[in-house]
Design a protein around this ligand. Structure first.
Ligand SMILES: NC(=O)c1ccc[n+]([C@@H]2O[C@H](COP(=O)([O-])OP(=O)(O)OC[C@H]3O[C@@H](n4cnc5c(N)ncnc54)[C@H](OP(=O)(O)O)[C@@H]3O)[C@@H](O)[C@H]2O)c1
Ligand SMILES: *[C@@H]1O[C@H](CO)[C@@H](O)[C@H](O)[C@H]1NC(C)=O
Length: 376
């Protein structure tokens, strides 16, 4: 039986779903001759680790207990004394995490999985790479900070997987890497990479007012608590940056032109969320309605896309033919069109749910399994 030790950072919606997938796939993985051994889990404040990471791990009932405690909004530190495990808090926890990664990385190997939404994991990730650990990311921040951090993390390409950073579980990164590996030059990538904005733009096409669509998206749970986090486009820009860097472009986040769907004066620092929803939003309706109509008169439709062409990446609203893959988009799916020598007149199209805890965690799990050849 091949054993894959695993350390999880972040047990929010995605991290917990990953633990659940790991437990429910035990039988499947055993049939394939694999055992995933979760040796440690941390949240923003605490770390829970097996007492001896070489011989013990957090068993399935402990993993389920972690999920239960974290779903109830409590901290991991509540789990003091759980099974054969120890708790470390705050200052202590980073040091302990690095100690474990140092031991396991140099011996059995260790998969360090980042399901946090934080930049604070970057320092740990940089170090574990030097210890020989593998890195699996759902978190976009580590790949979208400086070029130096990016270079470091991808310095051993066989040891990093980050499929869920773009399009959740959709095979976006894998497909790009296969095209690149075959020497097929990619000319253009254009995609709707936000489920929220995909939904918003396709509803606008039906003639609904922007303000109403955004509020509906919020009540359907498609948006962040403050919808401006989606409407600003920064999350899409991060995905665009990851794709651009994969293509070899040495860009930073501020090299990407990002069009926000709300003006500066309605930003979170200038207008409360309540005021934005009650008054700000509807001031934007008329302008957007005119743009929708103008596009429609030309047989086009508006999509909020990330477009990478040449060495440039920009993010914002574009008019696209109604009868293209992007133009046909309805609802909250992600759609990515890739144009290359092999996919010239008609692009390679990847489409499907691009968010959600389940699909995202499934993408992370598939990434971990993909690393199995590095373990014994
Ligand atoms: N949900 C999706 O549909 C989706 C899709 C694609 C990608 N992603 C990405 O997946 C990641 C996780 O998303 P999520 O929805 O699960 O987020 P979330 O619910 O906000 O959970 C984040 C978790 O990370 C923990 N955390 C924060 N800072 C940390 C640190 N310094 N070290 C270790 N853990 C830390 C938090 O701890 P506390 O519990 O103590 O706050 C929390 O448990 C994000 O980067 C997100 O962008 C999500
Ligand atoms: C993901 O998990 C979080 C935390 O459990 C939950 O609030 C959210 O509704 C879930 N999202 C989806 C799309 O299921």
């Amino acid at each position: 039986m091949k054993s894959i030790p695993l350390f999880l950072m972040g047990c929010g919606g995605v991290g917990r779903q990953l633990l659940q997938h790991i437990v429910s796939c035990r039988h499947l993985h055993a049939k394939q001759g694999m055992l995933l051994r979760v040796v440690g889990v941390c949240d923003s404040k605490s770390l829970l680790v097996a007492t001896d990471v070489f011989t013990k791990d957090l068993n399935d009932s402990s993993l389920m207990e972690i999920c239960r405690v974290k779903s109830s909004g409590s901290s991991l530190s509540m789990l003091n004394g759980l099974g054969e495990s120890q708790i470390f808090t705050n200052m202590e926890s980073t040091g302990k995490a690095l100690e474990i990664a140092g031991h396991l990385g140099r011996t059995t190997g260790l998969a360090v999985v980042d399901c946090s939404a934080s930049s604070e994991t970057i320092e740990v990730l940089k170090q574990v790479v030097d210890f020989g650990c593998c890195v699996v990311l759902a978190n976009k921040k580590p790949l979208t900070s400086s070029m130096e951090v990016f270079d470091k993390l991808v310095s051993h390409p066989r040891r990093i997987r980050h499929e869920s950073t773009v399009g959740a579980g959709l095979p976006v990164i894998t497909s790009l890497n296969r095209i690149l590996a075959s020497g097929d030059p990619i000319h253009h990538i254009i995609g709707s990479l936000s489920g929220t904005l995909g939904y918003v733009m396709s509803e606008l096409e039906e003639g609904k007012p922007f303000s109403q669509v955004v509020k509906a998206a919020k009540s359907l749970g498609y948006t962040e608590p403050d919808p401006r986090d989606d409407l600003g486009g920064m999350d899409v820009a991060r995905k665009g940056l990851i794709l651009s860097r994969l293509l070899g472009w040495r860009l930073n986040l501020d090299d990407i032109k990002v069009e926000s769907l709300y003006p500066d004066e309605m930003g979170p620092d200038k207008m409360s969320l309540k005021d934005f929803l009650a008054n700000g939003l509807q001031l934007l309706d008329k302008n957007i309605e005119e743009r929708v109509k103008l596009a429609s008169s030309k047989g086009n439709t508006l999509r909020y896309v990330c477009s990478i062409e040449g060495t440039r990446c920009h993010v914002g609203v574009q008019e696209l033919p109604k009868n293209s893959a992007l133009g046909r988009l309805r609802g909250s799916d992600n759609v990515l069109e890739i144009y290359s020598r092999c996919y010239k007149d008609y692009p390679l199209v990847i489409q499907g749910a691009g968010a959600g805890n389940d699909t995202t965690a499934a993408g992370v799990l598939a990434d971990i399994i993909d690393l199995q050849d590095l373990f014994s």
